[in-house]
Write a protein of this length. Structure first.
Length: 492
């Protein structure tokens, strides 16, 4: 007998926890119904008659509008449910306050304490390229230098991109800002900036955006004026590695900066992985730490929930601005604001952007939104911060790292091998994915369905502390380290 989960008593649908066939009896708590057709894991079944034009609720909120009558036991998906999202909106400040969260003040990890008080979860040398022309050069320096410096640091990694030239105005500024923020990251004990020499993203201009207090741990290399850029680059990395030697110290969870992200979600993401990550967010913020949430287009339809948790009216106004600005970004390019979910999301059971967003915002837990920052900016407040960036996995995760996240919790129902500059803990929403892709997945959140949230929460917190203390993630073992920059302007 299959099972389905109804999240909120107001919901008109439940989510199947297993594949089920037509005529099969499905239990929803103490209730049961017979399916009128085959329904896959993560997909929705109607619990009562739904009329055409009626709002359909999941998580206690509307996820769309029925386009035709749906009988009890019927499959509710793209063929009979449409989005209700449309353009920019006017919002009202109606604060509800933050809910209390479990105390995690006793949790600790062994990190690298920096001179400015920040704490890294790694002590690495990062090589940043100013322009795509020297991307392979930066990678070659990293590969050769890593062998030279050995285990004096935790690793040498090149982070490259195709931009930095043929860019103008704010578009170039966005590239430069991301690179400057990465250069300040506490996981980078030292930074080598590799440039070509003739690009728009000049090293001198980039250095001018980096605080002078950081310059002592930065070296630069202009390849057009170097006789042997590989040898010179390796020598500079060796110099940085000698300066960057450090030992781990035990610190509290309040020193953790956590980025939260979802990619390739399915119908179980909002029931298992995302709310589990939300509990991790609450533990960090309640202890005085910092959590960063982004993917602005993936809060459309659930944005009022975040707005109601704004710590002040100015923060509320900033949330409204960043949400509506992103909607205008879609509209100005001739796209609808509901141009989501992705094909993989749909196969996994997500029907509308509202449904995806209501599941996604759970990663932020229940804390007040303390701050809103622009793309490329660095975190400046304790508690929960909303970061401007798109939903794209690589772009948004890079923005989280640049903003200062020292670890990223990445939930997924479909799976991805991608990794980013900081330790990225992949959390599967379903057991099938965790079983099939152990080389990608670090934690199976589907355990909440059998073991409950409390036990699974404790297990995930323990895993996060292990990773923050140096344990490798699957992506790190696989050598998956990438960045991607949000390019919005004209290319010359």
């Amino acid at each position: 007998m299959a099972k389905a989960l109804r999240v909120d008593p107001r919901d008109g649908v439940a989510t199947l926890l297993h594949d089920a066939q037509a005529g099969e009896v499905v239990t929803i708590g103490a209730d049961a119904l017979v399916l009128s057709g085959d329904i896959g894991r993560g997909h929705k079944v109607a619990l009562a008659p739904i009329a055409a034009g009626e709002l359909v609720l999941k998580f206690g909120f509307p996820i769309g509008i029925a386009t035709q009558p749906i009988a009890p036991g019927g499959h509710v998906h793209s063929h009979n449910l449409k989005t209700g999202l449309d353009a920019t909106l006017a919002y009202r400040f109606a604060p509800v306050g933050a809910a209390s969260a479990p105390d995690a003040s006793a949790a600790t990890f062994d990190g690298y304490v920096r001179a400015d008080g920040s704490v890294g979860t790694r002590n690495e040398i990062w090589i940043l390229s100013t322009v795509g022309c020297v991307a392979r050069t930066a990678a070659r320096i990293a590969a050769r230098a890593a062998a030279l410096v050995g285990d004096s640091v935790d690793g040498v990694h090149a982070f490259t991109h195709p931009h930095g030239c043929s860019q103008l105005g704010p578009d170039l500024e966005g590239t430069r800002t991301i690179m400057a923020s990465l250069a300040c990251h506490p996981n980078a004990g030292g930074v080598l900036i590799v440039g070509l020499g003739c690009e728009e993203n000049q090293i001198r201009a980039l250095l001018a955006t980096i605080p002078e207090s950081r310059h002592a741990m930065i070296r630069t290399l202009t390849t057009q004026v170097s006789g042997d850029e590989i040898a010179e680059g390796c020598a500079l990395v060796a110099e940085l590695a000698a300066l960057a030697k450090a030992s781990r110290q035990t610190v509290g969870i309040d020193k953790l900066v956590l980025g939260v992200k979802c990619g390739g979600s399915d119908g179980l993401s909002g029931l298992t992985a995302n709310p589990l990550v939300g509990r991790m967010s609450d533990r960090v913020t309640s202890a005085g730490g910092r959590v960063l949430m982004t993917e602005i287009p993936e809060v459309f339809g659930a944005e009022q929930m975040l707005m109601n948790r704004a710590a002040s009216e100015p923060v509320f106004d900033r949330i409204v601005a960043v949400v509506n600005d992103f909607k205008r970004y879609f509209l100005d390019h001739g796209e609808t604001v509901s141009e989501n979910p992705s094909p993989g999301n749909v196969v996994g059971g997500i029907t509308t952007l509202e449904e995806k967003s209501l599941g996604a915002v759970q990663k932020a837990g229940r804390a007040a939104v303390a701050d809103v920052i622009d793309y490329g900016a660095r975190v400046r407040s304790d508690g929960l911060t909303l970061l401007e960036a798109p939903g794209n996995d690589a772009v948004s995760s890079t923005a989280l790292a640049a903003a200062g996240a020292t670890a990223i919790l990445f939930t997924t129902g479909r799976g991805t091998p991608l990794g980013f500059p900081v330790p990225t803990i992949k959390i599967a929403s379903n057991a099938d994915l965790a079983t099939r892709k152990p080389g990608w997945i670090d934690f199976d959140a589907s355990a909440v369905l059998d073991d409950g949230f409390s036990a699974t929460e404790a297990a995930l917190l323990s895993r996060i502390m292990q990773v923050a203390s140096g344990a490798e993630t699957a992506a790190e073992r696989n050598g998956e380290r990438e960045i991607a920059i949000w390019k919005r302007g004209v290319t010359l």
